[in-house]
Design a protein around this ligand. Structure first.
Ligand SMILES: Cc1cc2nc3c(=O)[nH]c(=O)nc-3n(C[C@H](O)[C@H](O)[C@H](O)COP(=O)(O)OP(=O)(O)OC[C@H]3O[C@@H](n4cnc5c(N)ncnc54)[C@H](O)[C@@H]3O)c2cc1C
Length: 398
């Protein structure tokens, strides 16, 4: 097949997914991942509606993913004393199937074992996106030639930077930050539930599911301006969170104290990637790299669906990347747009900026999660996720 040597950058969800499909179609796939090994942990991610579940089923991983689902019972908002303000049912945040990002990544990665070459602890340093081939120089000093390069390296994509330019052109700041994801002792004895305490513009949630001894905090806060920080300086990240959340009550002081022991934490702005086109020459973007939304934009479902579509179109076009990239973009653009629209509400929902905003959120969601409105709300949260008609590529299997 022409264009059969494919390099994928990023081994989280989109990367191993597209590698899985391409290998099945007979492509020769290499995945490069900056981390020294498959990255563990991270937040729980959810799948909603038929297309998400259908792709997991076609990949042969639906049952395994179900075996490891979080089975969350719901999200309860509490006041400074820990008394319930209002509660949302499990489906509201967890969709049809919720699993930890790291667990899902491992399931997909294991599906590709023996079929895909992985280069851990490396990254693309430079690439020449030529008319016939892509010459790649890795940070390790290795140089290789590929036919196509796929950027599946997340919100701060390396391939996007090398092929399209600096991320400031493509990342739209949404006025919020999110941090957390590390373990703290589960002193509240949370059992498959998330509790969330907030004040205007700030909220901290705590969840626990399959490891009863540990709870995971997520901090969300509003910021008018973008913060200048070094994402690899964990001490600085902890200082920012500690300053933002100083003075909050409930479990917040205890979690800030426990944060001192964390060796890792997630920290990012809530931003959306907006690209006029997902491909240039022999390079193409999928998942968060092309249309990420940090949180609330069904990013994981979008990543597995887009990997399925891109690989399927490349196989159907017999490796003709110009044709396949155009078809892929045509099929994914509106779908991704719908998911990003949903994500617009994530920050304001979790940390409304004003007292009045908090009151409106609480009152409206108390109403919307009761019958008969609950059915309508459930349908609305699935609408964006279901907004694509999946093609059947089984006829092009190698
Ligand atoms: C707080 C939070 C909550 C979320 N909740 C949900 C949810 O409920 N539902 C949902 O669907 N989604 C959720 N998401 C989003 C979801 O995690 C992502 O959309 C999804 O993981 C997309 O996967 P991806 O593979 O495209 O990118 P990522 O998961 O970001 O993976 C990118 C990979 O590329 C690697 N990489 C980075 N730079 C390089 C480089 N230079 N060279 C090689 N490799 C590199 C990284 O190490 C990583 O392994 C949430 C996100 C956050 C932050």
């Amino acid at each position: 097949m022409p264009n059969s040597r494919v390099l994928v950058s990023g081994a989280s969800i989109a990367g191993p997914s597209v590698a899985y499909w391409l290998a099945r179609y007979g492509f020769d796939v290499t995945v490069v991942e900056r981390a020294a090994a498959l990255r563990e942990g991270g937040f729980a991610v959810d799948f909603r509606g038929k297309p998400h579940l259908a792709v997991l089923e076609r990949m042969g991983i639906l049952e395994e993913a179900k075996d490891q689902q979080t089975n969350m019972r719901g999200l309860t908002f509490v006041d400074a004393e820990g008394s319930t303000e209002f509660a949302l049912p499990g489906w509201f945040l967890s969709g049809d199937l919720e699993i930890e990002r790291g667990a899902l990544s491992k399931i997909i990665y294991e599906k590709t074992q023996g079929e895909v070459e992985y280069l851990f602890g490396d990254s693309i340093a430079a690439l020449t996106n030529g008319p016939d081939q892509v010459h790649v120089a890795f940070e390790s000093g290795l140089t290789r030639v590929f036919d196509l390069v796929i950027g599946a390296d997340g919100l701060h994509s390396n391939v996007r930077r090398l092929v399209f330019g600096h991320e400031s052109q493509f990342l739209e700041f949404g006025g919020y930050y999110v941090a957390g994801g590390f373990d703290v002792p589960n002193t509240l004895g949370l059992d498959h539930i998330t509790l969330d305490h907030g004040v205007p513009g700030r909220s901290m949630s705590l969840s626990s599911h399959h490891r009863p001894e540990a709870a995971t905090p997520v901090f969300v806060w509003h910021s008018k301006e973008q913060i200048d920080y070094d994402r690899r300086d964990i001490k600085q990240l902890k200082r920012i969170v500690a300053t933002e959340f100083a003075g909050l009550r409930w479990e917040v002081p205890r979690v800030l104290e426990a944060m001192n022991d964390a060796e890792w934490m997630y920290f990012d702005s809530i931003s959306q990637v907006k690209m006029d086109t997902y491909s240039r020459g022999r390079a193409v973007l999928i998942g968060d790299a092309g249309y990420g939304a940090t949180m609330g934009g069904l990013g994981t479902g979008l990543a597995v669906v887009s990997a399925y579509v891109l690989a399927g179109e490349l196989a159907r076009a017999d490796g003709d990347h110009t044709l396949a990239f155009a078809r892929y973009e045509e099929m994914i653009r509106d779908y991704a747009k719908g998911c990003q629209k949903l994500a617009d509400g994530a920050g304001p929902f979790l940390a409304p900026r004003t007292r009045r905003g908090r009151w409106i959120r609480n009152a409206s969601h108390r109403l919307l999660t009761r019958r008969p409105m609950a059915g309508w709300l459930q349908k609305m949260t699935v609408k964006a996720a279901a907004g694509i008609e999946l093609e059947d590529y089984s006829g092009v299997l190698a």
